[in-house]
Design a protein around this ligand. Structure first.
Ligand SMILES: [Zn+2]
Length: 476
């Protein structure tokens, strides 16, 4: 029974893409819908998103932001106001042309992001320095008409939050850009146990219309990178295009300085591909919909179910506790909750009851612990912390193991081939070299890390004078 069940997920090393597809569907995270590239997020997947969202929402509010809601539609004329912005998004915009049977006088775009809506609103509500800063965030869905799609990683419609802020000075906006990148790094590292590299995007990779873009980059099990969150300093470009002005402290008319920052359901893809294994999902305790799953053993025997339900009631105050008292056999249940990545399984049968103990089984290591019934809460609390820590350490080790250094293109290609992952290499700052590296290796510049190292004096591609160290990788 057990073997049969495990066989139904493709082994990671055999076909990583198929493994991913198997996990997202068999762990009941998503189902496919009749619209190409759109996913149905099922209750278990949505509960996972809710825990991630709640953690992030808490941090967004703690840093002084307020949640708002903007409309789904953007008139074409509004979208076109900032030229770089529309140029960047035009290829993937979905348009509404009819209302019922009537053709609209002006097409409406389904928001791919909401900068222009916030700008239009800010123009109306910001007049004086006293109105600043404006620190708004919205939780919403957006649509981008992607050609190739995969659940969570790239879908036509996805859920996210987008922060949009307006400030008096360029420095204030810069501080905000850094602050929110740090919030993303905290969410990823402390909650999702996904280590990140923080840095700045190159001109080529920055957000359309931004002055610059900061990013947190993570690395998946197969050696591909995933951009997990971005924070943009928009400068005053949007403010000029939209006429968002305020009277400063000296009574002079000024443009505001803006930021925007976003994190999406994509991070669920990162969580899956960083922690998952051949038995399925592995979810870090802090965001796990169920932290401990109780599986009664020989539940038909007298007293077992009462004992198990008593435990559930007792533990539910402190932990997200589930119980499976269905008539499926324990072997099936073990596999099911391993597949779903539940951090700890708690087994309790007649012999355990007799001995006043329960068995705890870790999802991350498979280790079994026998725990006295009086100590369950304390042991479980410590164990969940330990699992959270262990997942982060393991992922950090993987990131380090899969990060190489290259001084020239031969080394670059050889390392990408033998140890797929991130390559640290020097760059002259020229677009031609960035394009050439992508063309020859398939790797893109992920970021210019804030923590710089000097690998060599010269650009890995052209041999010219190096400007900075860049992290390169093939990416999702
Ligand atoms: Zn170069």
């Amino acid at each position: 029974m057990e073997k049969e069940f495990v066989k139904s997920i493709t082994a990671m090393d055999k076909d990583f893409a198929q493994w991913y597809t198997d996990v997202v569907t068999k762990a009941d995270l998503v189902d496919y819908s009749s619209v190409r590239g759109s996913m149905i997020i099922r209750p278990y997947g949505y509960a996972l998103w809710e825990h991630i969202r709640d953690a992030l929402d808490g941090m967004i509010k703690e840093t002084g932001h307020e949640n708002v809601y903007m409309p789904l539609f953007i008139p074409e004329s509004l979208l076109e106001k900032e030229k770089d912005h529309i140029a960047g998004f035009a290829p993937e915009v979905a348009w509404v042309t009819h209302g019922g049977s009537e053709e609209l006088a002006e097409r409406l775009c389904v928001r791919p992001t909401s900068e222009v809506l916030f700008c239009e609103h800010y123009k109306n509500i910001i007049h004086s320095y006293r109105d600043l800063p404006k620190l708004y965030n919205q939780w919403a869905n957006v649509v981008r008409w992607e050609k190739t799609t995969r659940p969570f990683l790239r879908t036509l419609e996805f859920l996210w939050q987008e922060g949009h802020t307006a400030h008096e000075t360029d420095e204030d906006a810069h501080e905000e850009t850094k602050r929110m990148l740090d919030v993303y790094a905290t969410l990823l590292e402390d909650y999702l146990a996904v280590p990140v590299v923080k840095g700045q995007k190159t001109e080529k990779e920055k957000f359309a219309g931004a002055k610059f873009t900061y990013t947190v980059e993570s690395l998946m099990h197969d050696g591909k990178a995933l951009q997990a969150g971005t924070s943009h300093h928009l400068g005053d470009g949007f403010a000029k295009a939209f006429g968002i002005n305020y009277l400063d402290r000296e009574g002079k008319l000024q443009h505001v300085h803006q930021t925007s920052w976003g994190m999406t359901t994509r991070v669920i893809g990162a969580l899956i591909m960083v922690h998952g294994d051949d038995r399925g999902l592995v979810i870090p305790p802090k965001v796990a919909p169920t932290q401990v799953m109780i599986v009664p053993i020989a539940q038909h025997k007298e007293g077992v179910l009462d004992f198990a339900y008593g435990l559930k009631e007792r533990l539910s105050g402190a932990f997200r506790t589930g119980i499976d008292a269905s008539d499926k056999n324990p072997g099936w249940k073990f596999n099911e909750y391993e597949m779903k990545g539940v951090p700890v399984r708690l087994e309790a049968g007649p012999r355990d009851i007799e001995k006043n103990q329960v068995v705890l089984v870790r999802r991350d290591t498979g280790e079994k612990l026998i725990v006295a019934i009086d100590e369950v809460e304390a042991k479980l609390g410590a164990l969940l912390d330990e699992i959270q820590q262990n997942l982060f350490s393991r992922a950090k080790e993987l990131l380090e193991k899969k990060t190489s250094v290259a001084e020239n293109m031969e080394q670059f290609k050889e390392r990408l081939e033998t140890n797929p992952g991130m390559i640290k290499a020097m760059w002259c700052g020229k677009r031609e070299c960035e394009d050439k590296i992508k063309e020859e290796t398939g790797a893109t510049s992920r970021c210019i890390p804030f923590e710089q190292e000097k690998i060599s004096d010269t650009c890995v591609c052209c041999g010219g004078e190096a400007e900075s160290m860049v992290v390169w990788a093939k990416a999702y």
